[in-house]
Design a protein around this ligand. Sequence first.
Ligand code: MTE
Ligand code: MO
Length: 359
Amino acid sequence: MYGKRPDMTVHQVEPFNAEPPRAALAASTITPLDVFYCRNHGPVPEADPETWRLEVAGLVTTPLSLSLDDLRTRFPVATETATLQCAGNRRAGLVEVRDIPGEAPWGPTATATATWTGVRLADVLTAAGVSPSASDVEFLGVDVSDIADPPQEFGGSVPLRKAGMPEVLLAWAMNDEPLSPVHGAPLRVVVPGYIGARSVKWVRRIEVRDRPSANFFQASTYRLLPPDAEVTATPGEGVELGLVAVNSDVLRPDDGSSHPAGPVAVAGYAFAGGDRTVARVDVSTDGGSTWSQAELDEQVSPWAWRRWSITVDLPRGDTELLARAWDSSAALQPERPEHVWNPKGYVNNSWARLRLHGT
Ligand code: MTE
Ligand code: MO
């Protein structure tokens, strides 16, 4: 379905929500399109690229209505390799602590990396002329989600200072192929370093504002509620999620797998989020008493995850393999999912934990 490999874990068929097996992300820094996760809140819209218009409105001196041709011809083409990470990535680890009704138990692969091509949002904003009173830039898709109450188009905003950064793109291509319908064709936003929800797909309207978006998917959800809060979807409750927090997980071997005791090759990803970078990844097989440093792969872009690898000595019997990443601000992932549990199950960036059996 949607050009994805048949071994994807499909959390929901309609709207389509799916993530690949761990091993599918282990093979390369740039994720092949057939295993790139899909996160949708409504039906995938059918869009005609010929009639598609992007409206740029709000606190601007010159509102714009741009066709795809206008975008291609009026602005320089820009390319960026960037990781997307859903705020619900690794929710399954939180569900083990306490049930999270109504939210899919995403594993560690609701994150992936692509090379995106399009134009810089900053160039489009410059053409529209941003008013001095502006502080936020909102993106609105065409897909109507009935998760929202009342049903509405998916949207969200980022601060103007981020929107004006050169890494933020309006993209029409992913890994040098035209954007596919499920990933936002004909045009999507890519906001590197921010939760996936801000990279709005099928974007048809950009509104420059003097406050953050009031869209359901920013004001009422994708917010970090305190552990003892009721889920009410009251706008403004809890902490608005934006910058991704440092996270990592294991991609190889698989959770629960058996191996002959002795050396076992372990590989995974780490992503710092924001404009931070991954500084170090540690691995332990003795419950965290001692740690060994994993080798980090090449940093292909400031906005991309880093894959890491290490060979561990697996003892006979059951072992819990731990992995944890540090970022360039010296922040470390929290130790346990109990410490980060929240009622909507976002931002599980607790240490990676993998059950391995040595034979
Ligand atoms: N944009 C629209 N229009 N509708 C959506 O449902 N989902 C968001 C974001 N953009 C979404 C959207 C979320 S929560 C994530 S994590 C990313 O898209 C996922 O992008 P992908 O499906 O291309 O992997
Ligand atoms: Mo997401």
